[in-house]
Design a protein around this ligand. Structure first.
Ligand SMILES: Nc1ncnc2c1ncn2[C@@H]1O[C@H](COP(=O)(O)OP(=O)(O)O)[C@@H](O)[C@H]1O
Ligand SMILES: [Mg+2]
Length: 370
């Protein structure tokens, strides 16, 4: 019987829990099922509040930890139901949890994901691997991004250089040189959907800018763009990672106020989209790469306007969707955490020191037996 693993992921967009059941072989992965469990508004609101310091954090976090664990467990159970599988068919679950604070730059760097794995193990009866990031940090790494090892496994080609672009709330890249001996590099490049979602919600009352239509209707403001690009994160050398702590609505509002002019909201959206495109292009060119293939994944891969701008700022690259390789953009990151759980349960490392800066490869996560 094939070994099947579940991956559960909710990223910085906090739009919902993406869940997959997958099988991993030498020739690649086979997706046996997928499900997205929307994030209830009350939980999302509580989580966003926890991304910034505030009063009574421990009580608020403690309860949300259990609620998010229940949500993740529901995602796994609905996934199994949809896929026509039983818990007994599954080897284990890899649960990323929900990041509420990621601080790689402080004196004692830390990263905190919640979504109680005990609750997930108890509800599903399955072994859960969780808390993937902190071992890498204990070994001196950023704890992020963790998807590049999976990208290497799934997308490496000996024929051409590839850059995998994961467009979540934050964007991260994996640089996969055709030469298998070359180390894989990867890091967060800055905001992707996060700021665009927040601005769209504020002005149009909906969660995101479908296909980037609104952004495409606006005009980029060069001086606002330069101001946004002056954020110190963009100039940091890799390894580096970021999150809502650096790029959030209040930061954007402060930049707009400092900018002074009252811009039409659509122009701000166009500028935010351009910020994503240009910061990605600078990061990729900064790797000395001027041609190859760009493989887009994450929800932002559905943003047609972003697709067009990336085409313009990275002219040497042929752009493709992960769907061309048999895995829709929505499911790539959840699949990575299913794969990481498989690695851990097989006693294999999951991090890439060339990416995170850790002292060495490490077996990631804590195991919560089913
Ligand atoms: N059709 C679409 N057009 C534009 N943006 C989209 C579309 N579908 C999804 N998205 C974007 O993708 C985001 C979710 O992406 P996801 O990969 O789940 O990010 P995260 O890992 O941060 O949760 C949404 O918040 C939205 O901004
Ligand atoms: Mg998401």
């Amino acid at each position: 019987m094939a070994e099947l693993y579940i991956g559960l992921m909710s990223g910085t967009s906090m739009d919902g829990v993406d869940a997959v059941v997958a099988e991993f072989g030498k020739e690649g992965m086979h997706l046996h099922g997928s499900h997205s469990e929307p994030m209830p508004a009350a939980i999302r609101h509580g989580l966003i509040e926890l991304t910034q310091p505030g009063p009574n954090e421990i009580d608020r976090m403690g309860e949300l930890d259990v609620q998010v664990g229940q949500l993740f467990a529901q995602a796994a159970l609905k996934l199994l139901d949809k896929a026509g599988l039983k818990p007994a068919d599954i080897q284990g679950i890899g649960s990323h949890g929900q990041t509420i604070r990621h601080r790689p730059q402080v004196r004692s760097p830390f990263s905190l994901q919640i979504g109680d794995p005990n609750t997930i193990a108890e509800t599903t009866g399955l072994t859960v691997v969780a808390d993937f990031r902190r071992r890498d940090m204990a070994a001196g790494g950023q704890g992020a991004p963790l998807v590049p090892a999976f990208h290497q496994y799934l997308f490496h080609s000996e024929g051409l250089d590839r850059v995998i672009v994961n467009l979540g709330g934050i964007a991260n890249i994996s640089v996969l040189r055709r030469d298998l001996k070359a180390p894989v590099y990867g890091f967060d490049t800055g905001p992707a959907n996060g700021l665009m979602d927040a601005w769209h919600q504020r002005h149009l009352g909906q969660a995101y800018d479908e296909d980037g239509h609104w952004a495409a209707s606006g005009t980029v403001d060069a001086s606002l763009l330069a101001r946004l690009l002056a954020h110190p994160f963009f100039a940091l050398p890799a390894p580096k990672s970021t999150g809502r702590e650096d790029f959030h609505l209040e930061w954007l509002l402060a930049q707009l106020q400092a900018h002074g002019q009252n811009l039409p909201p659509a122009d701000v959206q166009a500028t935010l989209l351009e910020l994503t495109a240009q910061s990605l292009a600078t990061a990729i060119h900064g790797q000395g790469l001027n041609e190859g293939e760009l493989i887009l994944c994450g929800g932002g891969a559905y943003n047609k306007a972003l697709w067009q701008r990336l085409d313009a700022v990275l002219p040497g690259f042929q752009q493709r969707s992960s769907a061309d390789f048999g895995l829709a953009p929505t499911w790539v990151e959840a699949s990575a955490f299913a794969w990481l759980a498989c690695r851990t349960l097989q006693g294999l490392p999951g991090n890439l020191p060339s990416v995170t800066g850790a002292r060495g490869p490490r077996i990631l996560g804590g195991v919560y037996p089913g």
